[in-house]
Design a protein around this ligand. Structure first.
Ligand code: ZN
Ligand code: ZN
Length: 141
């Protein structure tokens, strides 16, 4: 599994970290693009990207682990209440029912998810489909 950096395009412009308003860097893992903040290490996934990550195969966990780590010690709760980098709707904080130390920020408008550094890698060790069903009850599979 290779991780490449990707340049933003006109159709899919760069987005800013919900916490820092810092332009996020785009990475391609397998066939899935993710956006990562170089300041806090937070990762933004658009609706469906998490699902596609999980379906991409076993190596994905390793790739995520390489990418998803602290850049620098920083309180992840800093910054104003985060808003969706795509549509600026306020994000809803969702605590994982089985791993309560993990919380995501969910945009109920577009279905995007923001993970603080380390949380995605942490989550990926477990059965994510179950969680996706919980987050998006309409999801099949
Ligand atoms: Zn950030
Ligand atoms: Zn949104």
């Amino acid at each position: 599994m290779t991780v490449q950096t990707v340049d933003p395009t006109r159709d899919n412009p760069a987005i800013k970290c919900p916490r820092h308003q810092e332009t996020m860097r785009r990475f391609l893992i397998g066939s899935v693009e993710i956006d990562r903040c170089g300041v806090c290490g937070g990762i933004w996934l658009d609706l469906g990207e998490l699902q596609r990550l999980l379906e991409s195969g076993e190596d994905i966990r390793h790739a995520i682990g390489e990418l998803d780590h602290w850049v620098q010690p920083e309180d992840p709760s800093v910054g104003s209440p985060p808003v969706c980098p795509r549509d600026h709707a306020p994000l809803t904080q969702v605590r994982d029912p089985k791993q309560p130390h993990i919380q995501y920020d969910l945009c109920t408008h577009c279905g995007g998810l923001f993970f603080d550094a380390g949380e995605l890698a942490d989550l990926s060790e477990f059965t994510l489909k179950e969680r996706l069903r919980w987050l998006f009850p309409g999801l099949r599979g």
